[in-house]
Design a protein around this ligand. Structure first.
Ligand code: DC
Length: 220
């Protein structure tokens, strides 16, 4: 069984995808982590995230591995654990830029499809998992929330981790990332026609989890 969960940054899709994978003992595939790992390599190498040829060359010499972890995935970039390093806003922005490059997407989509096909059951999470990677997924969820609510969640998350953050800058970054992800020509962020859209603006994630779990159980 393949469960595809898509949506913008801060919609709660990662939390729900991880909770589902844990509860159902399905493989969890975080496609964004792969774009982020390439983004980190791009940053460290000083290559421009808009130079498709340079990014592709770099990818030829790059090994990305996703390993199951207690909560989520462990990401190895050329054998080094970069699970934490890739989670910054800066890397998210670079990931969004390289995700606009069609040949880069093609390579990563191939890997993501292979990972999903190799697992008996998987929860796959990203922006194009239900539209491009697995258009025949058994269940497609598109999670969304207002930009303000998503910014509030990110603000709280970062403050709780002890970072000094500014709500207005976070909101601006979220809007910019939405713009980059929704306006790209190749696989823009949008719900698949047969996806179930869940607006989490006024919902708590535990309730969303229970309703998604119900949808899965109806299909098992
Ligand atoms: O979900 P995330 O924040 O980790 O994703 C980082 C960026 O990677 C996101 O802004 C766009 C890109 N991405 C994508 O284009 N397609 C995916 N399936 C997953 C992520």
């Amino acid at each position: 069984m393949i469960i595809a969960i898509d949506g913008p940054a801060g919609s709660g899709k990662s939390t729900i995808a991880k909770m589902l994978a844990k509860e159902l003992k399905f493989t969890y595939i975080d496609t964004g982590a792969m774009y982020r790992a390439v983004a980190l390599k791009v940053k460290l190498s000083g290559v421009s995230p808009q130079d498709e040829e340079a990014v592709l060359n770099l990818m030829e010499k790059t090994e990305i591995k996703l390993l199951p972890a207690e909560w989520g995935v462990k990401v190895l970039l050329d054998g080094k654990d970069v699970s934490q390093l890739i989670r910054t806003e800066e890397i998210g922005k670079i990931a969004s830029l390289i995700a606009r490059l069609p040949q880069v997407r093609k390579k990563l989509v191939k890997l993501q499809r292979e990972l999903g096909t190799a697992s008996k059951n998987a929860v796959i999470e990203g922006r194009d998992t239900g539209t491009v990677i697995f258009p025949d997924a058994d269940l497609k969820i598109f999670m969304t929330a207002s930009p303000e609510k998503r910014a509030q969640r990110r603000y709280r998350e970062l403050s709780e981790k002890g970072f000094t953050v500014d709500y207005e800058s976070i909101l601006k970054e979220i809007r910019e990332r939405d713009r980059l992800d929704e306006t790209r020509k190749d696989s823009p962020l949008k719900p698949a026609p047969d996806s179930i859209v869940i607006d989490t603006t006024d919902k708590n994630l535990q309730d969303v989890f229970l309703s998604v779990l119900k949808l899965v159980r109806e299909r098992l």
